[in-house]
Write a protein of this length. Structure first.
Length: 240
C-alpha cells in the first residue's frame, strides 16, 4: 500500500527556511499548475518525471513516482521512460533515477514482470522515413563521428523508438520534456514535430511548457518558446 503519495514534497522542511516558497509550492504548483485542464494528470506526471530525471534531481523522485502511479502511469511505462531518458539525458541520470525509484516499486510490490522488457517485439518500422533520416545524418556526420551515426541508426531509431513499452506519443512527450529540461533547443524542432505527428496537440504541447516552467525554470522554457512558435507556424503554413 502506498503511504508516500499523500505527502507533499518536503514542505515542512521548506517552511522552516522559506515559508514563502512553501506557500507557493502548495498554492501555485500543487494546487495551481497541476490542476490546470490542458494536460491530463497522467501526462503532467510523465513530463515532470522526465524533467526530474533529466536534471538528476532524485531527492523528491519517490514522491513524484508515487503520484504518477496514482495518476494512472503504469510501472512498465515509468520503467520504459528511464530507458528513453538514458539515451536523451545521459546514462547516469537514468541509473540514479532507477536507484531512487526502487524503494517505491518495492513498497508497492511491483515485480520485474511488470517492468520494461529487455528484448520486446518491436513496433513496425517506417522503412522509407528511416532510410531518409539515416541518409541525411550519414551525409552530414559520417566524416565526424561514424560511431555516433551508426548507433543513432541501430540503437535509437531501429530499436529504442520502436519499443512498445511507451506509446509513440508518450515516448515523444518524454523526449521533448527532456530536451527542454537540458536546454537542447536545437534538437527540439525534430522531436516536437514528431510528437505532434504522434498525436500530441498544439494545446497540449503549449501546456507542457507551462508545467516545465516550474520544474526546469523559466529561462529554459522561454528559450523553448520561440522554437515551439516556429514549429507551430511552419506546420500551419504547410497545412494550407
Amino acid at each position: 500500500m502506498n503511504t508516500a503519495s499523500t505527502q507533499t514534497p518536503a514542505l515542512t522542511n521548506v517552511e522552516s527556511v522559506c515559508p514563502a516558497l512553501a506557500h507557493l509550492t502548495q498554492s501555485a504548483l500543487l494546487d495551481g499548475v497541476w490542476k490546470r485542464p490542458g494536460l491530463s494528470m497522467r501526462d503532467r506526471s510523465l513530463v515532470t518525471l522526465a524533467a526530474l530525471v533529466s536534471l538528476d534531481q532524485t531527492r523528491e523522485l519517490p514522491y513524484y513516482v508515487n503520484h504518477a502511479l496514482d495518476n494512472g502511469l503504469k510501472p512498465g511505462e515509468i520503467s520504459e521512460a528511464l530507458v528513453q531518458l538514458a539515451f536523451y539525458s545521459g546514462w547516469e541520470n537514468a541509473v540514479d533515477a532507477a536507484v531512487a525509484i526502487q524503494s517505491v516499486f518495492a513498497a508497492r510490490g511491483i515485480k520485474t514482470d511488470q517492468l520494461a522488457a529487455v528484448s520486446p517485439k518491436l513496433l513496425a518500422l517506417d522503412e522509407a522515413g528511416e532510410a531518409k533520416r539515416a541518409s541525411n545524418v550519414s551525409q552530414q556526420f559520417d566524416a565526424v563521428s561514424p560511431g555516433v551515426v551508426q548507433n543513432t541508426t541501430d540503437l535509437l531509431f531501429r530499436d529504442l523508438w520502436l519499443r512498445p513499452g511507451l506509446a509513440p506519443r508518450d515516448r515523444s512527450l518524454v523526449t521533448v520534456a527532456s530536451l527542454i529540461a537540458t536546454g537542447q533547443a536545437l534538437a527540439v524542432p525534430y522531436h516536437l514535430n514528431r510528437a505532434l505527428d504522434n498525436g500530441l496537440t498544439h494545446a497540449e504541447a503549449g501546456e507542457v511548457l507551462t508545467q516545465l516552467a516550474f520544474y526546469t525554470g523559466w529561462p529554459r522554457v522561454f528559450s523553448a518558446l520561440p522554437v515551439f512558435k516556429q514549429v507551430f507556424e511552419q506546420r500551419a503554413a504547410n497545412a494550407q
